[in-house]
Write a protein of this length. Sequence first.
Length: 647
Amino acid sequence: MLTRRLRRLQSFLSPVSRRASRLARTQYDVIVVGGGHAGTEAAAAAARVGAETLLITQKTQTIGALSCNPSMGGVGKGHLVREVDALDGLCGRAADWAGIHFSVLNRRKGPAVWGPRAQLDRQRYREFIQSELLSTPRLTVVEGSVEELLVEEPDPERPGRHRVTGIRLANSDRQISAGAVVLTTGTFLSGSLFVGQTSSPGGRIGDAPSSAGLSHTLRDRLGLRTGRLRTGTPPRIVKESVDLSLAQLHPGDSRPSPFSFLNTHTRCKPEEQLPCYLTLTTPGVERVVRESLHLNCHIQQDTKGPRYCPSIESRVLRFPGRQHQVWLEPEGVTSDLLYPQGLSMTMPPEIQLRLIREIPPLRRAEIRTPGYGVQYDFVCPTQLSPALQVKSTQGLFLAGQINGTTGYEEAAAQGLWAGINAGRSALSMPVAALSRTESYIGVLIDDLVSRGVTEPYRMFTSRAEFRTSLRPDNADLRLTLKGFEEVGCVSSLRYKEAIRVRDAIQEAIAALQSVSLSSANWKKKLPACNISDGRSGCLTDISFDMLASVFPECFSSYSEFSQRLKIEAVYRPHCDKQRKEIERIQREESMALPDDIDYWSLPASLSQEAREILDRVRPSTLGAATRLEGITPAAVVNLFNYVNFKE
Ligand code: FAD
């Protein structure tokens, strides 16, 4: 797969801006605005479901740009990448192609919460995404800035519901019509950049913000509620000015695991991986932050920033007197820069230099580009349906940072889902649904549309109630079949592969269950195994390879699945129990809730927020409670148990 990709890429290495099309038509099924992580997945997905799709983005050469960190995946985020891949999205394969350091985070915990992660070569990532888009059938890519959405006034029969009919490009009267439009403008909507005491309009360094016309359409014409969020990025540091011998070396995994279910290995060989380095801040860092607060207008503002990816200013002010981790990460194979993860900052450039030089390996460091902050508008996502369509505007879909999320993976997951549904709705097919019991993408979307955001939202495994079933290793079995059979976004090649894997795993499990020997016979055949419990004769310390050596006729053909089978075996009892709980909940949807229920006397595990909502709305059935904004499946389980077992 990777060799074929290499050949294809070589023929695509001319810049995308030269290869991007001139607009030949004025009518498409779907228009996607923005070529970031949400927009690229949306455009490819809409085209995959059969829609004639146009991707319009400000600069084609920045399609697939990693605006901030040169990495993909991690705990929770890695699950999203695997799921996007299982639905035939781009980011998993792009990360396998561009990865230069792979590691699985959280290995000390169970495989359900392992976090596959890769450091990426920025240029290779962009090249992959661009070549993939340019070779996607039914997809046209053009450079341009969208100034305005074309909107039909509400149908008198359905007051309050507008319909989007297309877009108008900036600096021209050019209008292009479409059955659906997906907006993925990231940090660009009314974006402002901040360094020190200066601020200027911008969506990202070197890029203009989205035009005011777009904000005007969303807010004033469509009446959408918007809010403002912020984020920031660290300075980029010249690698040869850093004394890496003073930092702790972290090599990649000895056997890099690919993100994509279509890849058996990554492009980068294990021995070619570039290391990351870990170092710590010193008290000098805190001193510089405190001394320069009055020169740092980004940090002085009330706008909410990413709590889980905070600036160094926020970290030292929130946790004074502590040392904070700083990871020095490679930016690419040929790049001479390091990305200091953990040092996002917005003070004046000369103070940024003073600050980083307080950290031992960075004592003589040089900055190539200073850190900066960005503030931008987002649309409150409770105004969207689970298909990511604006409830009050038919045909308008939103995905990515515009919905109040942060991170490439969250953007890619939403982009994929919005693109699928925009394509389906433009082709007059019903929109597809993905629940939080079957995927992290479902969790992400349900959280956004039912709870909204008050600060930039990022994915964690703790957000998924059914996380032992929603593992990175089984995303293909959860989603690829549905993606092909019900949604229409998966190629037959990937579908066939998922069927092969599913059948082989089912056969291997049946074969495993059919082997039955007495403890004494097990001990004879496998002297190295332990019998942990005399009564049940439970065997421990047996690997699949050991079993295959004893029963080659039963198991040797399944050795490629040994890791997956082991994980499956560990989680099977728990997942079976969980599946029954999910099915029971779905059956009990119609269960009546008594009028006089005292929500304040429910078990302490029900959150304060859930009690308030239930007490205020007083839903009449369990199903109605399930659909309330802010009521999670965990709260519904609580409620179900309380009503059912109260007597
Ligand atoms: P983007 O990747 O921002 O893409 C938006 C695209 O839309 C761009 O290609 C733009 O050119 C295009 N566009 C915008 N308006 C128009 C228009 N009117 N017409 C045509 N095209 C348009 N993420 C983290 O997880 N942690 C961080 O710490 C972090 N820090 C960040 C710091 C900075 C300074 C920036 C800029 C981003 C940061 N990010 C961070 C966010 C990360 O880059 C985004 O989450 C991710 O890129 C969002 O993807 P997106 O597709 O929604 O938008």
